[in-house]
Design a protein around this ligand. Structure first.
Ligand code: PLP
Length: 394
């Protein structure tokens, strides 16, 4: 047994990936498991993007690139931010990394000193607290409830600020809640961040997946001050069904971007070259596939939401974005004889053969997360199984 570094002693593996691995294990044994754990669109990457990647390889563009991304990709991102959000950035204010996940990791590494606090609303995306801790930072959580649509209030933000607060992470649309902060809500939060001089990490990876008549607002668009204190994080994974290509980016203050790029130059060298060419096409090429996928997710949501709502002991908010449902299932777990929602989720996998992610990984232990990034038939069958499982044990 090798003695590991202190920094990894409390590191927990990603729950999302762990459940997916368990489900795959059961599948390999021939068991008909339905996976609702996935955090990725079920579509293939659009053909024009595949074609651009292939062409770039044929043209010999298979070498190292600048650490922070190809100039042409930075330009495509800058144009995208201008087109979609009327935000202006220069190439020095943009850094491309190995997916939004690694961009965030790099950000916390260059931002935090030991003991620096980062405010993280609950429920959170699994990697935020771990990434903050790996950078010797301290996650400071804000609890939210379904009645406040899992969004923090200005009052809560104020109360959680100390003289060690460096940043707050806002994820809108949110994984796992699917909730979206309105412009007005963001204005109130941005004002407090200005007052206390706090940086805003704005994770907008689900920006393109929004339903109904809600709108996505980037907090960086609210004022010059908000723009300057925001590090906007996004990428092609969810919008263009490109999870495996690993391209994400940060846009923000130049000195921070430079530090992130310098760190990348020693850790990754550069994001995969072929993926960068693919991402250039993703941003510069036609966006029809993005719209079609969004439309398909909304149709699935419309079908699946009432069915999940109808499962006894499930209480669920209708999500406004992303592709997850986060029902509170504490009543169902209790009535079916499980002492925790984690145990209930395990039983769903082993007995009903439906893989869901227990909400404990998101700091919300009374919930489970169901991904609807899968076909309608599969979803319908999965929800039928869960329904039957609950009623048979009730
Ligand atoms: N942020 C959130 C909220 C996510 O759900 C994910 C992926 O699941 C990411 C960031 C990371 O995306 P990627 O690293 O694929 O760009």
């Amino acid at each position: 047994m090798i003695n590991l570094a202190n920094r990894v002693q409390t590191l927990t593996p990603s729950t999302t990936l762990a459940i997916t691995a368990k489900a795959n294990e059961l599948k390999a044994q021939g068991i008909d498991v339905i996976g609702l754990g996935a955090g990725e669109p079920d579509y293939n990457t659009p053909a024009n993007i595949l074609e651009a990647a292939y062409q770039s390889m044929l043209e010999g563009k298979t070498k190292y690139t600048p650490a922070g991304g190809l100039p042409a990709l930075k330009e495509a991102i800058i144009n995208k931010l201008q087109r979609d959000q009327q935000l202006n950035y220069s190439p020095k204010e943009v850094m491309v990394g190995i997916g939004a996940k690694h961009v965030l990791y790099t950000l916390f590494q260059v931002l935090l000193n030991e003991g620096d606090e980062v405010i993280i609303p609950i429920p959170y995306w699994v990697s935020y607290p771990e990434q903050v801790k790996l950078a010797q930072g301290v996650p400071v959580y804000i609890e939210t409830t379904a009645s406040q649509e899992y969004k923090i209030s200005p009052q809560q933000l104020r109360e959680s600020i100390t003289d060690r607060t460096r940043a707050i992470i806002l994820n809108t649309p949110s994984n796992p809640t699917g909730m979206i902060y309105s412009k007005k809500e963001l204005e109130a939060l941005a004002e407090i961040c200005r007052e206390f001089d706090i940086l805003i990490v704005s994770d907008e990876i689900y920006e393109k997946l929004i339903y109904g008549d809600v709108k996505h607002t980037s907090i960086a668009t609210l004022s010059e001050d908000a723009r300057n204190r925001t590090i906007l994080v996004n990428g092609v994974s969810k919008s263009h069904s490109m999870t495996g290509w690993r391209i994400g980016y940060a846009a923000g203050e130049a000195s921070l971007i430079k530090a992130m790029t310098d760190l990348a130059s020693h850790s990754t060298s550069n994001p995969v070259t072929t993926s960068q060419y693919a991402a250039i096409e993703a941003y510069n090429g036609p966006q029809d596939a993005v719209k079609e996928m969004r439309q398909a997710f909304e149709e699935r949501l419309n079908v699946i939401f009432p069915k999940v709502q109808g499962i006894p002991g499930f209480t669920v908010l209708r999500p406004q974005g992303a592709f997850y449902l986060l029902p509170d299932v504490s009543e169902a777990a209790e009535k079916t004889g499980y002492s925790s929602v984690d145990d209930f989720a395990t039983a769903l996998l082993t007995e009903a053969n439906v893989a869901v992610i227990p909400g404990s990984g998101f700091g919300a232990p009374s919930t489970i997360r169901l991904s609807y990034a899968t076909s309608l038939d599969t979803l319908t069958e999965a929800v039928k199984r869960i329904h039957q499982f609950v009623t048979s044990k009730w």
